[in-house]
Design a protein around this ligand. Sequence first.
Ligand SMILES: NC(=O)c1ccc[n+]([C@@H]2O[C@H](COP(=O)([O-])OP(=O)(O)OC[C@H]3O[C@@H](n4cnc5c(N)ncnc54)[C@H](O)[C@@H]3O)[C@@H](O)[C@H]2O)c1
Length: 249
Amino acid sequence: MIEKEAVAIVTGAGSGIGRAAAIAFARAGARVAVIDIDHDAALETAARIRDTEAIALRVDVTVEEQVVEAFDTVLGRWGRIDHLFNNAGIRGGTDEAHRMSSVEFRRVMDLNVAGAFLCQREALKAMYEAQRGTIVNMASIMGFSTGPGAAHYTASKHAVIGLTKAAAFEAAPRGVRVNAVAPGTIETPMNVALAGNEKAMRDRYTPAYPIGRLGRPREVAEAVLWLAGSASSFVTGHTLVLDGGYLLR
Ligand SMILES: NC(=O)c1ccc[n+]([C@@H]2O[C@H](COP(=O)([O-])OP(=O)(O)OC[C@H]3O[C@@H](n4cnc5c(N)ncnc54)[C@H](O)[C@@H]3O)[C@@H](O)[C@H]2O)c1
C-alpha cells in the first residue's frame, strides 16, 4: 500500500515503464515528480495524472547539479520524499565487446549506474532525515544474464543490483528499504524502436519467453508499487525478476 499524499519521484517517467509507474503511483494516491531529460514527454506524463498533484522536471540524471536541484525542488514543494523509482536508463548500441567504443561503454554506464547512484544518494539523504522511505532501482534480466552486443548494458544492470544491495544494507537500520526490479522484454517505445515496429518486436523477442508473450509496462509498475509500499515491509536488498520465465531456459 502507498500512503495517501506520499511523494514519489520517478525518473525516466516520460515514456514506457517510467510513465506507467508514475501514473500507477498517482492512482495509488501519491503526489508524483515526473523526471525526464525530455521535458515535453515529462509534461505529457504529468498531464495524464489527474487524481493527485504532479510536477514535470527536466533533468538529465547524469548531471549532478541538476539531480541535486530537482530533489531540492521536490522537497521545497512538498516537504518530503517517500518513494524513488530510479528508472531512467538506456540500452545503448549493439556492438560486440571487442568493437565497442569506450565512449559508448561510458555513456551507458554513466546513465544506468552513475545516474542511478546520484538519484539514490539524494533520495537516501532525504529519507534518512525522515527515518523512512523506499527506493526501487531499475535492473533487468541482463543483471543476471546477457546477450549479444550488451557488454555495457549487462555490466550496468549487474552494477545496479550491487548498488541496490549496498544501499539496502546501510539503509535498513535507518528505516529505509532499497530494492530493484529486473524485467525481461517489455513492450515499450524503446523496444518498438529497436525492432522497427510492434510486430517485428514481438516476432523477434517472444520465442525466448516461455510464457509466450512479452511483458507490459503496467505489470512492472505493479511490482514497483508493491516493493515501494508497505505490503513489502520486510523486503530489502531484493531484486524482483519479472520475466515470464526467460531466465528458466
Ligand atoms: N523495455 C524493456 O524491455 C526493459 C527491460 C528491462 C529493463 N528496462 C529498463 O527500464 C528502464 C526504462 O526503460 P523503457 O523501456 O521504459 O525506456 P524508454 O526509452 O521508453 O524510456 C526511458 C526514458 O528515460 C529518459 N531518459 C533517457 N536519458 C535520460 C537522462 N539522462 N536523464 C533523465 N531521463 C532520461 C528518456 O527520455 C525516456 O523518457 C531502463 O532503465 C531500461 O534499461 C527496460
